[in-house]
Design a protein around this ligand. Structure first.
Ligand code: SAM
Length: 133
């Protein structure tokens, strides 16, 4: 039973990178050497002001290919660890498949932010970008 209305989100951009399959993708940003580009849609480009090369940004994405009907997983697929609730893991599988990645900014051009540390697939929608504290 839902107690609040569903929330509608619109992507502010899209990820471009060479990661085309889940198997290919690093398990998390902290072990990733993958580079790519965050394309920010024209209506949101103004919101990029202040982002600087060398800075780490927090990027929230919508894992559009993830299953949303599974609430328990084996962390990192390791059955010896037993089943864990997805809220106790960083699994992409979850009711609202929002990913949080901390990415290093390497170049900025009109509407494009080049980054290092990607762990999400080519074509993944971007929901938000925040400064890392
Ligand atoms: C464990 S998640 C971590 C994401 C983020 N750093 C976090 O902690 O929320 C990264 C994995 O999600 C999967 N993945 C990446 N992009 C995806 C997408 N668009 N849809 C579904 N699964 C995706 C890949 O298997 C990748 O290894």
């Amino acid at each position: 039973m839902s107690y609040v209305e569903p929330i509608e989100l619109s992507p502010i951009g899209i990820i471009h990178c060479s990661l085309e399959s889940r198997e290919q993708a690093p398990r998390n940003f902290d072990i990733s050497t993958e580079t790519g580009t965050l394309e920010i849609f024209p209506e949101y480009i103004e919101a990029m002001d202040g982002i600087k090369v060398g800075q780490t940004i927090v990027v929230l994405c919508w894992l559009h290919q993830a299953r949303r009907d599974i609430l328990k997983v084996y962390p990192r697929g390791d059955k010896s660890r037993g089943l864990h609730g997805v809220f106790a893991t960083r699994s992409p599988v979850r009711p609202n498949p929002i990913a949080l990645s901390e990415l290093m900014v390497t170049k900025i051009e009109q509407g494009n932010i080049e980054v290092l540390g990607l762990d999400v697939l080519n074509g993944t929608p971007i929901l938000d970008i925040k400064k890392k504290l």
